[in-house]
Design a protein around this ligand. Structure first.
Ligand code: ASP
Ligand code: MG
Length: 412
């Protein structure tokens, strides 16, 4: 009997009616002869509400207490789901992270899973039960509850699928799969039948919110076959696997974007490697995540360095730089907000050198100025003015023939 791990996200368990619907889908899977382990998220937006309550008490609630609080969200949905299954005549038990043997590192709010002791889950499966596990939480070696970071239930599901050697991990969500880009932005976005782990990882890291990036890393490392699909529609979803064939030989699989980018420029910094490394070390010490970096030499032994960050950490970034002004010896710092990062992703790029050129010429044709660029083997990211983000996505979606209405070309 093949084991399937299913994960249901917040919207999928957002009401009692939805929980009943999920119970129905689980029962369908059981009737097909599968053993099922289910991972649930908290109902609807309840994690947000819990965090809001904490923030209304304190600007900086203790991370330990915050984990105690937010981990309750998943306990609500898991127990209700188990009750719904039991009520329908299917024997089921819910388990918290620690009951399910999910061991994490000793970090609150963003812990990684270190190990899963599957004994208890296996015993329950052996006795014929459907096992429901709370996503997003585990237990540290000091017996503290730790959570895995927002969206972390995906990672719980994939990790369980890996250790239980499940035949598949199905991620049920409120969209029917992974799309060429966000269908709310480009109405002709097309659902992908398959995508590779690396492409999915880029999409997830670059802002396509369907999967928690760490879950994709896990799936890749343990070769877990993932399917992203809707809990409300019957249609098949998107398969995430090692080698996904490119539909119609297209070089680009999808477009991801992030509309919360700020560019910071440090002017007239001494042009030496020690200063440069000090600058980025000081930012790293404060956990400030720098994305794209550009250095322009401006003669006279000084240089201007620009880098992009999430707009939400601008104040902190400025503070860190200002506090090291004498050490870094720069003239001034400026910042440009309201920027967006638009990225094209596709493993077909490795063997097709013209992709970046095509991206720039398409954007130029639409009068969109590129402010920063970064590339990896399978992606090209550009930073553009925020007001032009949607035009940029539309223009690239069209240029790389991702449009659903277009016949798929094989010639390049
Ligand atoms: N409930 C958690 C969150 O909202 C975890 C998850 O849904 O994956 O982030
Ligand atoms: Mg999610």
């Amino acid at each position: 009997m093949a084991l399937i791990v299913q994960k249901y996200g917040g919207t999928s368990v957002g009401s009692i009616e939805r929980i009943q619907n999920v119970a129905g889908r689980i029962i369908d899977t059981v009737k097909q002869g599968h053993a099922v382990v289910v991972v649930v998220s908290a109902m609807g937006k309840s994690t947000d509400h819990l965090i809001d309550m904490a923030n209304s008490i304190s600007n900086q609630p203790s991370k330990r207490e915050l984990d105690m609080l937010v981990s309750t969200g998943e306990q609500v949905s898991m127990s209700l789901l188990a009750m719904a299954l039991n009520e329908k005549g299917y024997d089921s038990i819910s388990l918290t992270g620690w009951q399910a043997g999910v061991e994490t590192e000793s970090v609150h709010g963003n812990a990684r899973i270190l190990n899963i002791d599957t004994q208890r889950i296996n015993r329950q499966l052996d006795s014929g039960r459907i096992v429901i596990v709370a996503g997003f939480q585990g237990i540290t070696t000091a017996d503290e509850i730790a959570t895995l970071g927002r969206g972390g239930s995906d990672t719980t599901a994939v990790a369980l699928a890996a250790v239980l050697d499940a035949s598949k991990c199905e991620i049920y969500t409120d969209v029917t799969g992974v799309f060429t880009t966000d269908p709310r932005v480009v109405k002709d976005a097309r659902k992908l039948s398959a995508i590779s782990y690396d492409e999915m990882l880029e999409m997830a890291n670059l802002g396509a919110g369907v999967l928690h990036p760490r879950s994709v890393e896990f799936a890749k490392n343990y070769n877990v076959m993932l399917e992203v699909r809707s809990s409300l529609e019957k249609e098949t979803g998107t398969i995430v696997e090692e080698v996904a064939t490119m539909e119609g030989n297209l070089m680009v699989r999808g477009i991801a974007f992030d509309d919360n980018v700020t560019k910071v420029t440090v002017h007239n910094l001494p042009d030496d490697i020690v200063t440069l490394s000090t600058l980025f070390s000081k930012l790293a010490e404060r956990q400030i995540n720098v994305d794209i970096i550009i250095q322009n030499t401006s003669g006279n032994k000084t240089t201007n360095v620009s880098f992009s960050i999430d707009s939400g950490i601008l104040t902190e970034t400025m503070e860190v730089l200002e506090s090291h002004r004498s050490l870094l010896n720069f003239d001034s710092i400026t910042s440009e907000g309201n920027l967006s990062k638009v990225s094209i992703i596709g493993s077909g790029m490795i063997s097709n050198p013209g992709v970046a050129a095509k991206m720039f010429s398409s954007l130029a044709g639409a009068n969109i100025k590129v402010k920063m660029v970064s590339t990896s083997e399978i992606k090209v990211s550009t930073v553009v003015d925020g007001s032009l983000m949607i035009s940029a996505i539309e223009c690239l979606h069209e240029a790389f023939q991702l449009d659903a209405r277009k016949p798929v070309h094989t010639a390049q």
